[in-house]
Design a protein around this ligand. Structure first.
Ligand code: MRU
Length: 344
């Protein structure tokens, strides 16, 4: 698969996901504002990838700092704030920035060169850890599928949303290797179409059977017995297992419950917010009205119609069959099992 992000000649190079699948274009980012813009405009997206991109952005900004040494700490926190202000729901962003802050403070007294090296190394370690995490999630998840199955998913929780392999799509990839994927139903995922533009593109590249449906076709397929399980990614889990993910996920979970179809959430530990007890505390990002009024650049409606555009919704833990992490599959009741993972 294509690379999502990498360092080259002291620039952060990112694949512009807003232009996929029609164009494969890379952007060279050298300033923190450019990294922040790439994240907030969904050029780089998906909770794990947002976190690691911000970590690389922070390392890059510090490596280019040329002001007085007494201003370095203030600059670090200024850049951290710029990056933290990009997207409020995906907790991996704050998790990654906090991890970088720990490294910054630990190496602050060791001299500039050592500090920069440590920050770049930490971002690279996070990248590698994320790939290994997703492979583990894939392995645990595929073991839940016993026979060739039809799997439904929403948005893109794949290679493109992570540093590689994917969470929900990682499970589908691992199951496909064992010939256990008969069909993937990919919801197009309005308003920004991550399912239609990204999930379909990445599964077809891997020769995994996939059919695109519009979001309002899910219930019909379930009623016809055409869905064996649903697997989705996550942007933030509360300690009780309530899960924020792409808008429309909650509707799928309600439908799955009615039709008695297993509904799984795939998420690395970095997506769990141990500081909140339930989903009502998860901030939900509201996005630009343009995303709803338009499909890509084409206006669909009355140009100034009022719009409601939450990017995520929260699925209550009672609708979740299992949470698939890199440490194994959690079954309900979740709270004690999640809290046990806190110290890992
Ligand atoms: O707005 P996006 O495209 O960043 O939303 C992405 C999702 O909702 C994913 O399901 C989630 O981040 C998990 S990605 C492994």
């Amino acid at each position: 698969m294509v690379k999502n992000i990498y360092f080259a000649d002291d620039k952060l190079v990112v694949l512009d996901q807003s232009r996929l699948p029609s164009e494969v274009v890379y952007l060279e980012l050298s300033e923190p504002q450019q990294v922040a813009e790439a994240i907030s405009k969904l050029k780089v997206r998906g909770a794990p990838l947002i976190g690691v991109t911000a970590a690389f952005g922070l390392a890059l900004a510090i490596s280019k700092y040329s002001g007085p040494s007494e201003g370095l700490k203030a600059y670090f926190y200024e850049v951290k704030e710029i990056l933290a202000a990009t997207r409020p729901t995906a907790v991996n962003l704050f998790w990654a920035l906090k991890r970088m802050e720990g490294v910054f403070l630990a190496y602050y007294d060791d001299g500039f060169a050592e500090l920069v090296k440590a920050l770049k190394t930490e971002a690279a370690v996070m990248f590698a850890e994320d790939v290994a995490t997703n492979e583990a999630i894939g392995e645990y998840g595929q073991a839940l599928i016993s026979r060739p199955s039809k799997v439904m998913t929403i948005c893109n929780a794949g290679h493109l949303a992570t540093c590689g392999y994917g969470t929900a799509l990682g499970i589908i990839r691992s199951a496909a290797k064992k010939n256990k994927i008969e069909e993937v139903w990919a919801l197009e995922t309005r308003p920004v179409l991550q399912g239609a533009r990204l999930t379909v593109w990445e599964l077809m590249a891997d020769n995994i059977p996939v059919s695109l449906i519009t979001d309002n076709m899910a219930a019909y397929l379930m009623s016809k017995g055409e869905v064996d399980l649903i697997v989705v990614g996550a942007d933030r889990l509360a300690s009780n297992g309530d899960t924020a993910n792409k808008i429309g996920t909650y509707a799928l979970a309600v439908l799955a419950n009615y039709h008695k179809i297993p509904f799984y959430v795939a998420a690395p530990l970095s997506t769990i917010d141990f500081t909140i007890s339930n989903g009502s505390e998860i901030p939900i990002e509201q996005r630009d009205a343009k995303e709803v009024r338009q499909v890509m650049d084409t206006i669909l409606t009355v140009a100034d119609v009022k719009v409601f555009n939450p990017a995520f919704d929260v699925t209550p833990n009672s609708l979740i069959t299992g949470i698939i992490t890199e440490k194994g599959v959690l079954k309900p009741p979740f709270i004690e099992k999640i809290l046990k993972l806190k110290d890992i």
